[in-house]
Design a protein around this ligand. Sequence first.
Ligand SMILES: C[S@@+](CC[C@H](N)C(=O)[O-])C[C@H]1O[C@@H](n2cnc3c(N)ncnc32)[C@H](O)[C@@H]1O
Length: 277
Amino acid sequence: MSKRHENNSAPTELIAGDIEYEMGIPIPGVILEKEKWVQTAIKKLPENSALDFKVIFGRTAPVAIDIGCGNGRFAISSAVRRPDWDHVAFDILPAVIRYGTRRGNQRGLNNLRFAVCDGWRFLESYLTPESVQEIHIYHPQPFADRTQSSRRMLTPDFLGLMHRCLKPDGQVFLQSDQRDYWDYICGIMGRVFEWEEVKGRWPEDEHGRSRREVLSIEQGLPIFRGTGKKRADLTDDELKTLLADLPQPKFRVEGAENSGGHKRSQWKPMRRDRNRR
Ligand SMILES: C[S@@+](CC[C@H](N)C(=O)[O-])C[C@H]1O[C@@H](n2cnc3c(N)ncnc32)[C@H](O)[C@@H]1O
């Protein structure tokens, strides 16, 4: 009989048939018998070459990537829901990748891999042009302190990299609970993608696609969602010109330190977001 397990369950406490819960919301998939566990970690990324998805997954299928995946809730959910797709999820923090990897392994998700990697480096070094069908970024860190604004992931150059890696009919999915970042994102995405904001929750994951979304919903924060198809009509030169014209992400996060003292969104990382996965 399957049992409930909250998110901090140690692997040894889980048995086949169990369903894990995080903040009361099930993590999709079921724990399998040990013989059916798989290896979802990419332990060593190549030194000088791109990833070969055909070799990694042993088949040719559309690939979705999740950048800054945190504990991997979205990637796991999508891999369970879409067995015909392959998924690569990555984050700079090894600790969160360990949670995702364990869950992917125990659910037997052959169509999912996790890696520890910086988002920029992954797109630039490990993806070939037009190799990915979907790019997902949920709650990119806004780096509220302006002295850290150079660490913000969504920049014009990063848009260029996403555009390059996507297949001609590829699509980006973005989400944030930080209004200032969102305003910036909407201002730049529409130039390079057929961008539209999405009203309401994603239908397949009504309790939240990612851990941060579940937390934000619980805390009653506004959540901004959007998606954009690649503008495949742009030539390389046109793309370069468009990107050169876009502003850098130097926006102020209102209410944060070094933002000039204005108070509006008061965005802070959530304690539970930092301490528990
Ligand atoms: C607010 S959390 C969101 C995590 C997850 N996407 C979610 O929605 O629950 C932001 C995540 O981005 C990761 N991150 C920050 N900068 C990154 C970068 N340059 N490359 C990859 N991941 C990054 C952080 O380690 C963190 O796990």
